[in-house]
Design a protein around this ligand. Structure first.
Ligand code: ADP
Length: 608
């Protein structure tokens, strides 16, 4: 972890102060010690000089030069006055007298010639030295002066020695005082450096806090400093930067929101890829079309999201050639037909829009195109069949049958009439279908009694029912609410259904018309319904054909239908009319055999 700047300043200040104090203390100690030593030396010099003067008469005589006991006693006296050890040394280094040695032991003392202070005197001048005394075992300050005869000859060396104990004690005392002062100064310096560094770095740490909040996204934060120094300049620059950042981010966010709104409101699917084929953007329409789980596509490659060979080929080509292309794919398993426009976008790097894919769902268009083509083919075929037959018979008549075989010619003319009627029928049905589909036929919205619809239809259909010996059962409840609709059209619907039931049921069959009231709660619809069904025990419709019988021209058995006079348009018209009433119609197998057509119609709502 890095230390905050406040502590760095405090610590470095403290280290600098400590080093300064230590250096100052050491220098002070050195100079005090030097001062004390100089004073000691001065004192010792004057005392040694005095001692030398006192000893001069005793030593500066000849043969015998002096009496040793006398000298020894004198030395002891001088020592007691001078409060120092007094030693007299002969020029050859022999100790003549020493105040700290017993009288008889003086002669046993080492030769002092090599003692530094003695050596210095012998070299000319005076000698000083500080060392541990071999005799007393204490640290001593030695000062030696030459004692000369009147003719300047060295006759002895007088040495005074003072123990350093007092001086050392004074220095230690000073050291102690210095240590206390040092401690106090250091403590004060520590407190001051912490306080000062905090004062100095507070604006900086405030700035750091605001910068952190800005970085975390709270762009409203400002430093708002009043300082005019460098920190003030920095604070103002940061505030300015935050203003800029806020306005840029606002603009970018607005742009992005608009872009996303456009993308998500588009009916077309959109996918944006970078140069690696990684998905940068996908809109909800594409997620819906390709059944992609919402929000899971971004960051994955497009192959990962959509496994379609044609798409893979298209994108690979566009990425390689950098030329926009388009293509069409069919998705599995949903079976959607998608037209894809793959356009080159400007990006060339990772995470830059490189290819924009726009998916148009053309399934409905393609289906309509197919329906239209099938329809044209069917219509042509349906019209051509009777026309070919008419043409054939007319040609036969022209070839002379009228003259040669008048009976046969009459039969041909009947066939021509029948085929012309069929043509008429097909054209009528087609016209009606196209009018309903194009909304030209407006259905009335009146209360219609289904009982009356059933009665009118049965009256119409009765002759063909009787012709085929069918038994018709009408099973309507006593109370059946009216439905909303167009009575004439509903009669048309029921006529078609009954006509089919009669047609596709062999002689002596049973046809049942039934109705029941269904509560809205049961079917989860806004209003109650009436369910009307027409069942027969005829040839039935195979399961595979059932969903398609409502398509135009769809017939289970074309030949049989044609033979029975069917156009293949009846059920298509029925479905359009029922759905035009807001109802539904479907077909199911009848038990044990036959077919059951069921339709629902909304009950007329009565205001109480
Ligand atoms: P068509 O004029 O051929 O009867 P529709 O559109 O009325 O045409 O019916 C379409 C096809 O549905 C018929 O050709 C027939 O194969 C079948 N179909 C309709 N109603 C019945 C039914 N009640 N029983 C058996 N098949 C039926």
């Amino acid at each position: 972890m890095t230390l905050p700047i406040r502590w760095k300043i405090a610590f470095s200040t403290l280290v600098a102060i400590t080093v300064g104090l230590l250096a100052a203390g050491w220098l002070a100690l050195q100079s005090i010690e030097r001062l004390e030593l100089t004073r000691l030396e001065e004192t010792l010099t004057s005392r040694t000089a005095l001692a030398a003067v006192s000893l001069q008469p005793l030593i500066d005589t000849d043969s015998p030069p002096f009496s040793a006991p006398q000298l020894q006693s004198m030395v002891k006296t001088l020592s007691s006055h001078a409060l120092a050890r007094v030693t007299v040394i002969a020029p050859d280094g022999l100790v003549l007298a020493d105040s700290d040695t017993a009288n008889d032991a003086v002669t046993h003392l080492d030769n002092h010639r090599a003692r530094p202070e003695v050596a210095q005197v012998l070299a000319g001048g005076r000698g000083t030295n500080i060392r541990l005394s071999a005799t007393t075992g204490k640290r001593m300050f030695y000062l030696a002066l030459p004692l000369r005869s009147s003719d300047e000859r060295l006759i002895a060396i007088v040495r005074l020695a003072l123990p350093m104990t007092a001086l050392d004690a004074r220095i230690r005392e000073f050291e102690h005082a210095l240590g206390v002062a040092f401690g106090i100064a250091l403590a004060m310096a520590a407190v001051l450096s912490v306080v000062l560094s905090r004062g100095l770095t507070r604006p900086l740490s405030d700035m750091a806090t605001v910068a952190r909040q800005l970085a975390a996204g709270s762009l409203r934060q400002r430093i708002a400093t009043t300082a005019r120094d460098e920190i003030g300049v920095l604070g103002n620059a940061l505030d300015h930067m935050a203003d800029q950042l806020e306005s840029i981010i606002r603009e970018v966010t607005e742009d992005r929101a608009q872009l996303l709104a456009v993308l998500s409101s588009m009916a077309e699917g959109v996918m944006v890829l970078d140069c690696r084929g990684v998905v940068l953007q996908v809109n909800t329409a594409l997620e819906r079309i390709l059944l992609i789980q919402s929000g899971t596509a971004r960051g994955r490659t497009y192959q990962d999201v959509i496994r379609l060979q044609e798409l893979d080929d298209l994108v690979t080509e566009v990425l390689e050639t950098r030329v926009s292309r388009s293509g069409e794919v069919t998705t599995v398993p949903s079976g959607h037909t998608l037209h894809i426009e793959a356009s080159v976008a400007g990006g060339r790097l990772e995470n830059e829009a490189c290819v924009v894919l726009v998916f148009h769902d053309v399934t409905a268009i393609r289906r309509l195109e197919k329906v239209r083509k099938d329809f044209v083919a069917n219509v042509s075929h349906e019209l051509r069949t009777p026309l070919t037959s008419i043409k054939g018979y007319v040609e036969a008549l022209l070839d002379g049958i009228i003259k040669d075989h008048p009976d046969e010619a009459l039969r041909f003319l009947h066939i021509i009439l029948k085929q012309s009627d069929r043509l008429n029928l097909i054209l009528d049905d087609l016209l009606q279908l196209s009018q309903i589909e194009s909304g030209q036929v407006l259905f009335k919205r009146e209360p219609v009694s289904l009982r009356s619809v059933v009665e009118r239809t049965v009256a119409l259909i009765q002759p063909i029912l009787d012709k085929k010996n069918h038994r018709l059962t009408v099973s309507l409840p006593d109370v059946l609410p009216s439905v909303l609709g167009d009575e004439e059209r509903l009669v048309q619907v029921l006529t078609n259904l009954l006509d089919n039931a009669v047609k596709y049921t062999p002689q002596g069959g049973t046809i049942v018309i039934a109705a029941r009231h269904v509560d809205a709660i049961q079917t989860d619809t806004p209003s109650d319904l009436v369910e009307l069904s027409v069942s027969d025990n005829g040839i039935g419709i195979p399961e595979a054909d059932r969903p398609r019988v409502f398509e135009r021209f769809y017939r289970v058995d074309k030949a049989r239908s044609r033979e029975l006079g069917g156009t293949g348009l009846g059920l298509a018209i029925v479905k359009h009319i029922v759905e035009g009433h807001g109802g539904q119609i479907w077909v199911e197998p009848n038990q044990p055999t036959g077919t059951r057509f069921v339709m629902t119609l909304a009950v007329e709502k009565r205001s109480n």
